[in-house]
Ligand binder design. Structure first.
Ligand code: APR
Length: 248
């Protein structure tokens, strides 16, 4: 169905794309639920990606995120990221990119206006409500850094399990899911909500849903088409068509 999906892309006035860790796999960024190499095969997500876990072991969690930040220095966007960025540049606003990823690779590849549902791995924020003394620029170095005056801890600016997503970002993503004619769901297991719910919303709103994934995902069941393969190989094939000529 590759040619069929290419035609859907060509004819869609509005396309929403939801990406997950799989789109960065070929850049060398580990995914979460891969049985062998996934982060959650090595670590307990509740210890490493929750506020409770951070409060229990701030140094261990901070160092893990520092390690992940360090990996970013050595990775590059891949052909999947670049195909999305190129389409956004010549697609005249037809494409809305929504990502669960915090690796910044969509932004580095040139995609504009990326809706980052789960925050940004390189962003710092305060663990407790910042007081007048709390200034990230003057945090005392440490694992984690902290406010030298009141001891407030610095934490990674990502969304942890059990935390609310940034509401303006989620609202924009839901708007895109409900108004698109086509949603491409790329490189996500579809296991985490509300992100995965966007695919259901698109389907219920009448959009065609296409899954691009190297393995079965929890969203295959609601897809009109499943393209089994890597994002780096398939997205350039899906998105390289001529931009639809807007009706006069
Ligand atoms: N191309 C396409 N898909 C791929 C590729 C690839 N090269 N490599 C792996 N995949 C697929 C896997 O088959 C899997 O379905 O990408 C998916 C990655 O799933 P997860 O590791 O669960 O990542 P994701 O779905 O993004 O996780 C969602 O969970 O831990 C939280 O906040 C974290 O944002 C993350 C969220």
């Amino acid at each position: 169905p590759l040619d069929e999906v290419r035609a859907w892309v060509r004819d869609a006035r509005r396309i929403a794309v939801l990406t997950g860790a799989g789109i960065s796999a070929e850049s060398g960024v580990p995914t979460f639920r891969d049985a062998q190499t996934g982060y959650w095969a090595q670590f307990n997500p509740m210890e490493m990606a929750s506020e409770t876990g951070f409060r229990a072991q701030p140094a261990r969690v901070w160092d893990w995120y520092a390690h992940r930040r360090g990996l970013l220095a050595g990775v590059q966007p891949n052909a999947g990221h670049r195909a999305l960025a190129a389409f956004a540049q010549h697609g005249r606003g037809r494409l809305t990119l929504i990502t669960q990823n915090v690796d910044g690779l969509h932004q580095r590849s040139g995609s504009p206006d990326v809706l980052c549902l789960h925050g940004d791995l390189t962003a710092d924020r305060w663990l407790d409500r910042p007081r007048a003394c709390c200034d990230l620029a003057h945090a005392a170095p440490g694992h984690p850094p902290r406010c030298p005056t009141c001891g407030n801890l610095v934490r990674p600016g990502v969304v942890w399990f059990g935390e609310a997503l940034p509401l303006p970002v989620l609202a924009a993503a839901q708007q895109a899911a409900q108004s698109c004619e086509l949603m491409l769901v790329v490189g996500t297991a579809g296991a985490v909500y509300p992100a995965a719910g966007l695919a259901h919303q698109a389907r219920h709103a009448g959009a065609r849903v296409v899954v691009v994934n190297t393995a079965a995902s929890e969203l295959d069941g609601i897809a009109h088409a499943v393209l089994r393969g890597s994002a780096a190989r398939l997205l350039p094939l899906l998105l390289d068509g001529p931009p639809m000529v807007e009706a006069p």
